[in-house]
Design a protein around this ligand. Structure first.
Ligand SMILES: Nc1ncnc2c1ncn2[C@@H]1O[C@H](COP(=O)(O)OP(=O)(O)OP(=O)(O)O)[C@@H](O)[C@H]1O
Ligand SMILES: [Mg+2]
Length: 273
């Protein structure tokens, strides 16, 4: 095992990527990413749209494999583990996907028991107890028999979250957990992230460009730009960054080039005239 990866947990990361490179065709997305995720902490990965945040998360659960570099979980190199053996690793991860899809034809209870059945838990009483337990954690016990179409966007996210923790994962991956939610519903999700962190003692990795959410839940922050980690540290370091590019991202300002491109195209289409 190499000991070169940057690591805010004193070399004690539960999950770690080293020198991760990934391209799709001739588009280089990850250009040598080193990150260590400390156990029992919440690490937030920030970065603009398209910088490779979801691609990074997918490498942690073997949904994508690196072109170059390594992925480690609990002292084991996992990027080389064959797909047929990967299930035992994937079971230790809860993944709240960006598109948070529930199975539309299954009710809430069936959605949540699905991973239990998949992992060989069939005892009816145990399934019901564990389903009620996670529904209680997300505060939606009353939705047990409802269909996904009857739920609001925020409720669907919470049910998807309940489903992703029913196997009691050691690591919870949240991909844009608050996107598409109004500020109040976003805050409910933030509170849940904090609560689950405490109750499950999980290691949480939250990918987002919602800075309010990031500052609320993070123990540690990582900023990715253009396929690289450009800054990492405790949240306070991110409040007033010195580097102008990083400050621009944190303050949500478009670059001069981006503004010029929009203005030029608006002139051509007459949008601003
Ligand atoms: N399976 C794939 N095949 C081809 N290109 C892909 C694939 N997955 C991701 N990409 C490309 O990789 C780049 C990074 O994608 P990714 O989804 O990781 O972005 P992101 O940082 O999560 O953005 P967002 O904040 O919008 O979710 C994008 O240009 C995307 O089009
Ligand atoms: Mg994404």
């Amino acid at each position: 095992m190499s000991s070169t990866a940057k690591d805010h947990s004193g070399g004690n990361s539960l999950v770690r990527v080293e020198g991760l490179h990934k391209s799709f065709g001739d588009k280089q997305v990850l250009k040598g990413v080193d990150i260590g995720f400390a156990p029992h902490k919440t690490t937030v990965v920030l970065g603009p749209s398209g910088c490779g945040k979801s691609v990074l998360l997918k490498h942690l659960v073997g949904l994508l494999r690196p072109d170059q570099g390594e992925v480690w979980f609990d002292g084991e190199r996992i990027d080389t583990v064959p797909e047929r053996e990967f299930t035992r690793i994937r079971r230790q991860f809860g993944f709240l996907f960006q598109m948070g899809a529930l199975f539309d034809s299954l009710n809430v209870k069936e959605n949540i028991t699905f991973p239990l059945h998949e992992s060989g838990v069939h005892d009816r009483q145990e399934c019901t107890e564990r389903t009620m337990q996670v529904l209680e954690m997300v505060g939606l016990e009353e939705c047990l028999d409802m269909m996904p179409a009857e739920l609001s966007g925020g409720q669907r996210k919470r049910i998807a979250l309940a489903r992703s923790i029913v196997l009691r994962p050691r690591v919870i991956l949240y991909d844009e957990p608050t996107t598409g939610l109004d500020p109040i519903r976003s805050d409910v999700i933030n509170e849940l992230i904090l609560k689950l962190q405490q109750e499950l003692e999980a290691t949480s990795i939250v990918v987002t460009h919602d800075l309010t959410s990031a500052f609320k839940v993070a123990d540690y922050m990582i900023l990715m730009l253009d396929g690289h980690v450009v800054m990492e540290g405790v949240p306070e370091r991110f409040r007033n960054p010195e580097d102008p590019e990083i400050a621009r991202f944190m303050q949500g300002r478009a670059s001069k080039q981006e503004l010029a491109a929009i203005r030029n195209s608006s002139h051509r289409t007459g949008v601003l005239s």
